[in-house]
Design a protein around this ligand. Structure first.
Ligand code: HEC
Length: 130
């Protein structure tokens, strides 16, 4: 009896240790915007609120992004949802900066080959998501 309790305790300790390790190694999405240069933070979106840019951004999103992030940006697989707090509370310039560099280690492509006005249209669309 005593030895079985000891084993249960040992297994619990191992589980606690490994789950802490796995949690610590998982990518933290809020980290994506933690090193944004201040020059990018200060950049204003030239299309902010323009209905034409929202439409253009939606088309671009469908074409370039929806395969991973889902048709309505609800997220799928490893690609997070782009609806909600993270996008709403992140400065437009910070989103632009992240799109340009991507996160290649975690399967988010870099979009620096797209012209900047195109990227701003995508940002404008993302900002309209509920
Ligand atoms: C090949 C799949 C793929 C495509 C295509 C893709 N993404 Fe991603 N995206 C990801 C993954 C995976 C992550 C999460 C990366 C991580 O965990 O570090 C991500 C992360 C992001 C984030 C950060 C979200 C957050 O909460 O921190 C934004 C913003 C983003 N993508 C926007 C876009 C936009 C806009 C496009 C189209 C121009 C796009 N992505 C295309 C896979 C993709």
């Amino acid at each position: 009896m005593k030895t079985s309790i000891r084993w249960v305790l040992k297994i619990l300790m191992v589980l606690t240790f490994t789950s802490g390790f796995i949690y610590g190694a998982a990518p933290n999405h809020s980290d994506h915007f933690s090193n944004v240069p201040s020059s990018m933070l200060a950049k204003a979106n030239p299309y902010s609120g323009h209905p034409q840019a929202v439409l253009a951004g939606k088309k671009l999103f469908d074409h370039h992004c929806s395969a991973c992030h889902g048709r309505g940006a609800e997220g799928s697989g490893r690609a997070p949802s782009l609806k909600g707090d993270v996008i709403q509370y992140t400065a437009p310039g910070a989103i632009l900066w992240f799109l340009k560099k991507g996160d290649l280690k975690h399967s988010m492509p870099a979009w620096s080959q797209l012209p900047e006005p195109t990227l701003w249209q995508i940002v404008t669309y993302l900002k309209t998501l509920p």
